[in-house]
Design a binder for this molecule. Structure first.
Ligand code: NAD
Ligand code: ZN
Length: 410
């Protein structure tokens, strides 16, 4: 069957006959090396992945913003300028990311009025006190409604800077420049912004959509391995909840992702953002389908809290939580043991933990019931009907949940 090049995964990587992939790759990817664009998919078949630069336009009613994914995004003055207002700019970053990437951003935007606010690094600084410092910087830099905040960093910087933009003068533009895989596939997209309160994470916040996201793949080069793997947990999540075909692609391309192959990363980030954007568009304020994004998170939050924040990275807890959700789904008769073995295998091959700490059944249930997803006293869980199809439900047999916890955390 002849396959036109235009069909070869403009938006998606597609499985095609190897011969057709080789022909197409030969024409479109001359000089890129076949092994870089083709990943094997069993005998005679391959995944074809598009070149590294990807663009996604998010539509939310009357608002619209682009997500640009690729190498060199922090060096692309025209693309950045196209998404910035004319007024003064404040870059918010932290003491780890700033020294690495502020110089190139500064050079790219040379000539613009650009102030800088460098925060200490760490989730423990995602607070109202730190936010107050950002407001001081905004006042000093005279950032008004015609100005913008640029958030350069991981999810902590993005959430805090986004919240500052939501509040300052009742809302100014915020451009996200995410530098962790987690921020590129999750926190920079969707418009949730927040800081922590002593009573819990992300309790003070607002919905405020970014005016653009520029995800520069070059920044991932300095990301610690453990942080990269934690980001992969959220990437796997998108496959599990929504896209069996993406899951197959991940299965075939996990090694390339772990090796930070830019084309594989660009595709995985693009697909993840597309799935997140689709669910957010359906449900901007999280009443229904958006809750699917919390696969593994109710179990995960219990693990994070019981282990003490900082012991387990969020993505690690989510990965293990996803395994527990799959095991519960099997007990409900929704997944087969083969499905669950595949979940465990993917998580393990991504270098992520598949077993929770033994925190005790009652403690786990107590922590899970503190989760925001509780409705009318019942813990609502995100469970899997099949690999690639999640549901959020309070309507499940308690014995299945209890049996999973007895087996895994008692
Ligand atoms: N808003 C949302 O929808 C949403 C979704 C998921 C998570 N979050 C939030 O995101 C936060 C976690 O984000 P995170 O995982 O990115 O953590 P993070 O921002 O703490 O970054 C992890 C570590 O990597 C460092 N780092 C960042 N970029 C780097 C780079 N390119 N090179 C080297 N080091 C780099 C950071 O300084 C930090 O030490 C949490 O606060 C969580 O609540 C928000
Ligand atoms: Zn998460």
């Amino acid at each position: 069957m002849p396959i036109a090049i235009t069909e070869l995964g403009h938006q998606r990587a597609v499985p095609i006959e190897l011969a057709a992939a080789q022909r197409a790759a030969g024409e479109q990817d001359r000089g890129r090396g076949l092994e870089r664009v083709l990943a094997p998919l069993g005998p005679g078949r391959a995944w074809y992945t598009r070149p590294a630069m990807q663009r996604l336009d998010i539509e939310l009613g009357d608002r619209r913003y682009p997500i640009l994914i690729g190498p060199g995004r922090l060096l692309d003055r025209a693309a950045l300028e196209a998404t910035l207002p004319r007024g003064p700019l404040l870059v918010v970053t932290n003491a780890t990311v700033g020294p690495l990437y502020l110089p190139r951003l500064r050079a790219t935007l040379a000539g613009r009025t650009l102030a800088e606010c460098v925060l200490p690094d760490g989730e423990q600084y995602k607070t109202l006190a730190t936010l107050d410092g950002v407001f001081d910087a905004l006042a000093r830099a005279r950032v008004n409604r015609d100005g913008a905040i640029l958030a350069l960093g991981g999810g902590v910087v993005g959430d805090l800077a986004g919240f500052a933009a939501a509040c300052w003068q009742r809302g100014i533009a915020c451009v996200q420049l995410p530098t962790t895989l987690l921020a590129q596939v999750d926190s920079s997209v969707g418009g949730k912004t927040a800081v922590n309160h002593a009573a819990g994470k992300n309790l003070i916040g607002a919905f405020h959509q970014p005016s653009a996201v520029h995800a520069d793949l070059d920044t991932l080069a300095t990301l610690p391995d453990r942080e990269l793997r934690a980001g992969l947990a959220e990437v796997l999540k998108y496959g599990f909840i929504r896209d069996a075909e993406f899951l197959d692609w991940l299965d075939a391309n996990l090694a390339r992702l772990l090796a930070r192959d830019p084309e594989a990363l660009a595709y995985a980030i693009h697909r993840s953002c597309a799935i997140k954007a689709e669910l957010v568009a359906l449900d901007e304020r999280e009443q229904g389908p958006r809750a699917l994004l919390n696969l593994g998170h109710t179990f995960g939050h219990a693990i994070e809290t019981a282990a003490g924040y900082g012991e387990w990275l969020h993505g690690e807890a989510v990965a293990t939580g996803t395994v527990l959700a799959a095991e519960t789904s099997e007990r409900l008769g929704w997944l087969t043991s083969t499905d669950v073995a595949r979940v465990r295998d993917l998580v393990a091959r991504a270098g992520l933990p598949t077993s929770p700490p033994r925190i005790g059944v009652e403690r786990a249930l107590e922590l899970m019931s503190l989760d925001k997803k509780v409705l009318g006293g019942r813990v609502r869980l995100v469970l899997l009907k099949s690999l690639g199809q999640a549901v959020v439900t309070g309507d499940y047999d308690d014995r299945a949940l209890r049996a999973t916890l007895e087996a895994r955390v008692a």
